[in-house]
Design a protein around this ligand. Structure first.
Ligand SMILES: Nc1ncnc2c1ncn2[C@@H]1O[C@H](COP(=O)(O)OP(=O)(O)OP(=O)(O)O)[C@@H](O)[C@H]1O
Length: 715
């Protein structure tokens, strides 16, 4: 018995402990409250902080090769809230918020101030609500009216703040989008002051298979990213602030002990919820990829509508579109199903389970008299209950939003992956794969050293290739070492079998393909014009087609009028289309409004308008009649334009003085072209070929005649 009484604390001992606790309670309370705030911040930090991920190691490997994280068909992009995500996000953040004095930083500051102001108003409203109910319970008319008046007055800043918040958030999203779009556009079209940094859009489309649909990335994905980024700030910063402020107030009302217990319970169930949350970020990125693929298939269909219609390829194309659509729908359905059950679990835990915890907390001051607090009447108890309940609802909502912020964050990670993929791929095609220089000041030897054996480009009046290999982006060598030159007035004809590298030569000349070796000397890009077999016709007016890429201001600055343009069109016998199409300002989809031959003639008119030093003609007369072709060639030479022509038509030989002939096996001949002699030889060859075709028939006839003769002699 004696042992038992020493083990079990006596009533006096308990009373002593309670009194001691009541004495030190304010200190304990403060300690618990501070501890709680530290805990909330560290938990939030942990939930948002980078997780080590096996996939993050793929960051470096991704940069080296193609095909990973791609938006093309194949493996879904890898998305996680990990170190790689934060690394990518911080790069993008530096673009969208370039400095603390930028408009975006100001908007962010304004947003934060509004968020704090709203929380302060909510705290005031919670207390006011309690007071109103207490004055009702106590049947105090005047305090009730006064509190009601306060309620109406506080409604003014409350509604004002809410409207401002959504306005500033939308402005922020738009500002992010504008910054990002500007940056991406700058890289996509290149820096005009740096001739080695142009035409990223070409390289992205032709030389790298990681991005199939940059249009989707630059429009939809950047927009979604910006909206998510603007919202994530409110979704993370505001709830964290709310959790701290509401809980601080609650701990003063109900005691920090209950709050600590509540936090433990909430945290345990939150961990469970988090474990059950599906990877929504991965889903968002996959969804963007699949809708991009669908859009790409549709846009190809629209682009090649005529070809497909002639081939009767409707069934195949329909099957392709349906396949992409089915893939998208399957994915969306899967996500919907997961969202459904996740929504059930989420609401069950956040609304109902946490709600019951909250009711228990509200019950503490009602059922227990906390040490150091005064006894409450019915009105006081009601006021406390109403205020605490409001605070609890707000606090649990805030805790819930901190939790959901992980979901938002992983969706943001999805869009971050897409935007980062675009930026990283552009970096790759701009820098690593195309290190070349167009330097006019430094000597060639210096350039060669600088580029460590890579091929170089040098600005010059003439065109010259010196031991330049022609290599496709896939690494196939078409010609090991090509040397030729074109001097002004010495028109060059380029011939050879299909796929031997005739157009590739122009791609190197135009700076679209890298120079892997040797030296390329060439004039600046504005002294060239390319006319391909299917010329490019831009969006815009009829005038724009002739003067492209000039605008009307450039045309006027050159002193060219619409009458001059009409004369240019008259050279290619196209002047009638100005009237037919409704004047120079008529705008159409010119690819559909003009026939193939007319399109080629417009391209020649463009050449006559610009009068460049050199014209690159890649089967540029294949669709116009021979007499027109001759006239256009002659007019071009009269204007002093030197021609580099790819053509299979012997009728064009006579306009050229040099020839570059590929043999299709990697070899070539570069020599003077004696068109008359070559034509005579060609005609002789054709005549002989014709005669040789007759030989088998003649042989058969001879055999027949010999047989008849033999029969006659037997008779
Ligand atoms: N973007 C690209 N990526 C990879 N390979 C390419 C690319 N563009 C062209 N090629 C390849 O380079 C080779 C040469 O192409 P090119 O267009 O120079 O031929 P060409 O001599 O002009 O033929 P044609 O007379 O048929 O027009 C072809 O085998 C082609 O497949």
């Amino acid at each position: 018995m004696a042992v038992q009484s020493t083990l079990r604390p006596s009533k006096e001992r308990i009373a002593q402990l309670v009194t001691a606790y009541a004495k030190h309670r304010p200190l304990v309370q403060r300690g618990l409250t501070v501890g709680f705030i530290i805990y909330v911040i560290s938990t939030t930090y942990r939930s948002l902080a980078a997780r080590p991920s096996s996939a993050s190691s793929s960051a470096s490997s991704k940069r080296k090769g193609k095909g990973k994280d791609g938006d093309g068909a194949g493996k879904p992009p890898r998305v996680a809230v990990d170190a790689l995500f934060y690394q990518r996000l911080s790069r993008i953040l530096r673009i969208v918020i370039p400095s603390l004095r930028s408009k975006e930083a100001m908007l962010l500051f304004m947003h934060s101030s509004l968020l704090i102001f709203r929380t302060v108003i909510s705290l005031y409203v919670a207390a006011l609500d309690g007071k109103i109910v207490a004055s009702l319970v106590r049947a105090q008319f005047v305090p009730f009216l006064l509190n009601l008046l306060r309620w109406l007055l506080v409604a003014v800043p409350a509604t004002w703040t809410n409207s401002w918040l959504s306005y500033v958030e939308s402005k922020l999203a738009l500002a992010y989008r504008t910054r990002l779009t500007r940056e991406v556009m700058g890289q996509y079209f290149g820096d005009e002051s740096d001739p080695t940094d142009l035409k990223t859009f070409y390289k992205l489309a032709n030389l790298d298979d990681r991005i199939k649909n940059p249009d989707q990335m630059m429009t939809h994905d950047i927009q979604r990213f910006s909206t998510h980024l603007a919202a994530i700030y409110a979704n993370v910063a505001k709830p964290v602030l709310d959790v701290i402020l509401y809980n601080y107030q609650l701990s003063r009302n109900v005691g920090a002990e209950g709050l600590v217990l509540l936090t433990v319970l909430i945290q345990t169930s939150a961990a469970l919820l988090k474990a059950l949350t599906p990877p929504f970020g991965q889903y968002a990125a996959m969804s963007a990829q699949l809708s991009g693929n669908l859009r790409h298939t549709h846009s190809r269909l629209a682009e090649f509508a005529e070809e497909i219609a002639f081939f009767g390829g409707e069934e195949t194309e329909k099957m392709l579109v349906e396949r992409e659509y089915a893939g998208l729908v399957k994915h969306e359905n899967r996500v919907l199903r997961r969202r459904w059950w996740h929504g059930c679990v989420e609401e069950g835990i956040v609304k109902w389970l946490w709600g019951s915890f909250g009711l228990c907390i509200c019950a503490i001051p009602v059922f227990f008299k906390l040490p150091g607090t005064a006894a409450l009447d019915l009105g006081g108890r009601t006021e406390g209950f109403v205020t605490n309940r409001r605070l609890l609802l707000a606090a649990s909502d805030a805790v819930g939003r901190v939790m959901y912020s992980y979901k938002d964050l992983s969706e943001l990670a999805g869009y971050t992956t897409r935007v980062a993929l675009l930026l990283e791929t552009m970096d790759d095609v701009r820098k690593s794969k195309f290190e070349k220089a167009l330097v006019s000041s430094a000597s060639i030897e210096e350039n060669a050293k600088l580029l460590k054996g890579r091929g170089i480009m040098h600005e010059s009046e003439e065109i010259e290739f010196e031991n330049v290999p022609i290599v496709t982006p896939n690494g196939d060598i078409l010609v090991r070492s090509l040397s030729f030159y074109v001097k002004p007035g010495q028109h060059l004809l380029i011939v050879g079998p299909n796929g031997c590298g005739k157009s590739s030569l122009f791609r190197i000349l135009g700076g679209l393909w890298p120079v892997y070796g040797g030296i390329v000397r060439k004039p600046p890009a504005d002294q060239f014009i390319l006319i391909p077999q299917r010329p490019y016709l831009s969006l815009g007016t009829l005038r724009d087609q002739v003067i492209y890429p000039h605008g009307i201001e450039d045309m006027e600055a050159r002193g060219v009028t619409d009458e001059d343009l009409l004369e240019v069109l008259a050279v290619v016998q196209m002047e009638h289309i100005v009237e037919r199409e409704g004047g120079w300002d008529a705008a159409r989809e010119w690819r559909e409004a003009l026939s193939g031959g007319d399109q080629q003639k417009i391209a020649w008119a463009r050449l006559f308008y610009h009068k460049p030093k050199y014209a690159v003609l890649d089967e540029a007369t294949s669709l116009v009649p021979p007499d027109m072709e001759g006239m256009m060639m002659e007019h071009a030479t009269q204007l002093g334009i030197t021609l580099l022509t790819v053509s299979h038509r012997p009728s064009l030989w006579k306009y050229h003085s040099m020839i570059l002939q590929y043999d299709g096996q990697g070899g070539y001949v570069f020599t003077k072209l004696d068109a008359e002699k070559r034509l005579a030889l060609q005609q002789e060859k054709e005549a002989l070929d014709l005669k040789l075709l007759e030989v088998p028939k003649m042989k058969a006839r001879l055999a027949e005649l010999q047989e008849i003769a033999a029969e006659r002699s037997r008779v």
